[in-house]
Design a protein around this ligand. Structure first.
Ligand SMILES: [Zn+2]
Ligand SMILES: [Zn+2]
Length: 105
């Protein structure tokens, strides 16, 4: 494997810890349940029973809107994140120069 770039930010760790406790809160559980019900407790991708809620974006983390979240099964969720990571890595290299143009394409 190629070497990984590590960008260590202490504040990120704190954020993650706060986020983790948020995911254990009843507030999040209620929200999660709403998403699950809305999706009919089925994965949005393959239709299998949904077990996880995915953040479509993290812009309102902690104050998510219903549209920021989607129900997925474990497999699709993992796949989604793997693909997302790959995409990020690929795009990090090529969008730097022309990111605006790339966006608007
Ligand atoms: Zn699925
Ligand atoms: Zn996710």
């Amino acid at each position: 494997m190629a070497q990984r770039k590590r960008q260590y930010q202490p504040s990120k760790q704190t954020r993650q810890r706060n986020y983790k406790s948020y995911l254990e809160s009843s507030k999040w559980k209620a929200k999660r349940d709403t998403i699950m019900k809305k999706a009919g407790r089925k994965c949005r991708v393959c239709g299998a029973p949904a077990t996880e809620v995915h953040h479509v974006n993290y812009q309102r983390r902690g104050k998510e809107r219903i549209t920021d979240l989607t129900a997925l099964c474990r497999d699709c969720h993992q796949l989604y994140h793997e693909k997302l990571e790959e995409k990020k890595k690929r795009e990090a290299g090529k969008t730097r120069k022309n990111s605006r143009k790339y966006w608007r394409k």
